[in-house]
Ligand binder design. Structure first.
Ligand code: ADP
Ligand code: 5GP
Length: 185
């Protein structure tokens, strides 16, 4: 089973993915996407993302290297490489995707029953702002852009296989563990 994690930025996707990777390091691996944004904080090329130029991203589009890609924010491209699924499955692990809402819906359409799509829902927009501000690695301008997009993204929630409400963290992990227990093949 492949798991697709989607949510408005700051809802806790990375936190959920990290939980699964920590609990089951031999079972899951995160697909590393390409992005044209600059690394934040301690991010490392090849770990969180492949950080590439717009020119290189365009070349990869032309080469048909992406299973899906989006201009997630103005001028910033993010894309999932086809080779990531092959790389992770060849290593005997299950793929985790952390992608934006549109990308997640596209991936689910392509992967069908091979994938479970999970929407991580924030308790409120106000809490989302607090979390983005608290994370301390995103500029005030980017925070406003991400919040403006969040309401729109929340409207896609019904299109997902499962929903996790990330209010209390322990409770959210429990919801996620139950989903994994009932869907892992
Ligand atoms: P995303 O990957 O969706 O952008 P993150 O996982 O980075 O979101 O979470 C955003 C911030 O909120 C991080 O600082 C994270 O530690 C914090 N956070 C995540 N879940 C919770 C929660 N249930 N309660 C409080 N803070 C949380
Ligand atoms: P961030 O800049 O915070 O790492 O990510 C911004 C958004 O881009 C997040 O919603 C993240 O899930 C999404 N994203 C990351 N990789 C991809 C990808 O390969 N495809 C798509 N469509 N979205 C992605």
């Amino acid at each position: 089973m492949i798991y697709i994690f989607c949510a408005p930025s700051g809802s806790g996707k990375s936190t959920m993915v990290k939980h699964l990777l920590t609990m089951h390091p031999d079972l899951f691996e995160l697909s590393v996407s390409c992005t044209t944004r600059a690394p934040r904080g301690q991010e490392v090329h090849g770990k969180e993302y492949y950080f590439i130029s717009v020119e290189e991203f365009q070349k990869r589009i032309e080469n048909n290297d992406f299973i899906e890609y989006e201009q997630v924010y103005d001028g910033l491209y993010y894309g999932t490489l086809k080779q990531e699924i092959d790389r992770i499955e060849a290593a005997g692990r299950q793929v985790l995707f952390d992608v934006d809402v549109k990308g997640g819906i596209n991936l689910k359409k392509i992967l069908g029953d091979k994938a479970t799509s999970i929407f991580i829902c924030p308790p409120s927009i106000e809490e989302l702002r607090r979390r983005l501000e608290g994370r301390g690695d995103t500029s005030p301008e980017m925070i406003e852009k991400r919040l403006a997009k969040a309401e729109y993204e929340l409207s896609f929630k019904p299109q997902f296989d499962r929903i996790v409400i990330n209010d209390d963290l322990t409770n959210a992990f429990k919801q996620l563990d139950a989903i994994i227990d009932t869907t892992t093949k």
